[in-house]
Design a protein around this ligand. Structure first.
Ligand code: SF4
Length: 380
């Protein structure tokens, strides 16, 4: 029989930015007040198109449309350098915000503002633009309706697939539409309907489950014509009625296709990190959907879009599922899951002048960005 584990002694770590209770993942807290609850009224209202006028969006010219989407879903890491204040942390449900959220999230945002991660270069949301650029299709020539479709196809290809493979598959379909079907805009609904399913499967064979995904894409193309006026749906029920599209990609598609922030896109990184930091109940939240619902209860709506990109990049580069870099992590003074041995053995920890924040960041940047492109974030 296993011996009953004894509580570990933890030394007190002073927190230099904001007072925060440092929680241990090894101790279960009884005082947790945030419970899995049904989505609040505000969430329901937001799903009701979130005040977004769909007809107005449909009428936008390409450049106006892309500006609108950019204004709603900005992915520029430089905007994450400014810390969020307590005053900005307002939610409409009145639910308690975990005390550790702001200290940890502000540090993670700061790290993300300094380094470029895989999701910034080749995430799902980049695919239509990347592929169009590669094929020489100027963005002002892309009909927003086709952009939305291309985004949806990118998300369908991305399930359980690495970003670069998904990008290659999207490129293959685009080139086929351009060269064989002679469609100047690349992927269009008409093009997808014309491609035979086995041909489509062959074009996307670099992604996982390519035969199944080819079938989903063909069925989706027909459903869009039959039920959605040949455009992508603008509510989550419509998006989820498409084969092969789950909530994670559904909410992202609404965000990037319509500028509609109706839910948080919770992927494996967001799910894992939110549980690790006890921002959601790690016992109750067994799936990403549980985490999304619990997160939406208390997270201010203004962060619903960015939290995905912020945490995904962080989970890809610093706080990975295996091989966390607590030694390089700027949140290691407030994180409940930090590895003390790693921190103590790091050069970063041994800096003499820890008050000199510029020096600390400069040392951190030199170390963490070894081999990662950071040119655009380097100080002039
Ligand atoms: S890298 Fe370590 S210190 Fe940083 S968030 Fe992850 S577990 Fe915590």
């Amino acid at each position: 029989m296993r011996e009953e584990s004894r509580p570990r002694k933890r030394k007190h770590i002073p927190v230099d930015i904001e007072e925060v209770e440092v929680r241990s993942k090894y101790f279960k807290k009884n005082e947790r007040t945030v419970e899995l609850v049904k989505e609040s009224k505000i969430n329901k209202d937001l799903q009701n198109y979130g005040g977004v006028n769909i007809d107005w969006i449909k009428a936008l010219k390409p450049i106006e449309y892309f500006e609108w989407i950019e204004s709603r879903t900005c992915d520029d890491p430089r905007t994450w350098g400014r810390p969020i204040t307590k005053e900005e942390m307002i939610n409409d449900s009145g639910a308690k915000i975990p005390e550790s959220f702001l200290p940890i999230y502000n540090r993670v945002r700061l790290m993300r503002s300094k380094v470029k991660t895989p999701v910034d270069a080749m995430g799902c949301s980049m695919i239509p633009v990347l592929v169009s650029n590669k094929c020489g299709i100027p963005s002002e020539k892309v009909d927003p309706k086709n952009f939305r479709l291309q985004f949806l196809i990118g998300t369908m290809l991305s399930a359980q697939t690495r970003d670069e493979r998904m990008a290659q598959a999207a490129l293959n379909i685009t080139e086929y539409c351009l060269n064989t079907l002679k469609i100047a805009e690349g992927i269009t609904l008409d093009g997808l309907l014309k491609i035979d399913e086995p041909v489509l499967a062959n074009l996307i064979r670099c992604v996982s489950f390519y035969t199944r995904k080819a079938n989903f894409i063909k069925r989706t193309a027909q459903l869009l014509v039959d039920n959605f006026d040949s455009d992508i749906p603008y509510d989550i029920e419509g998006i989820l009625s498409l084969p092969g599209v789950g909530p994670k990609m559904g909410y992202l598609t609404l965000q990037k296709g319509w500028g509609l922030i109706a839910g948080i896109c919770v992927d494996v990184h967001v799910h894992r990190l939110c549980k690790m930091w006890n921002w959601v109940d790690p016992i109750k939240c067994k799936t990403a959907e549980h985490t999304r619902k619990e997160l939406q209860v208390w997270l201010p709506h203004s962060l619903w879009y960015e939290i995905n990109t912020v945490l995904v990049g962080f989970g890809q580069l610093i706080c990975m599922a295996r091989g966390k870099r607590c030694d390089l992590c700027l949140a290691n003074d407030v994180c409940n899951a930090r590895n003390e041995k790693l921190i103590e053995s790091s050069k970063f920890h041994q800096l003499e002048d820890k008050e000199d924040i510029e020096k600390v960041y400069s040392h951190w940047l030199d170390t963490v960005t070894n081999g990662i492109t950071t040119e655009r974030h380097k100080k002039k």
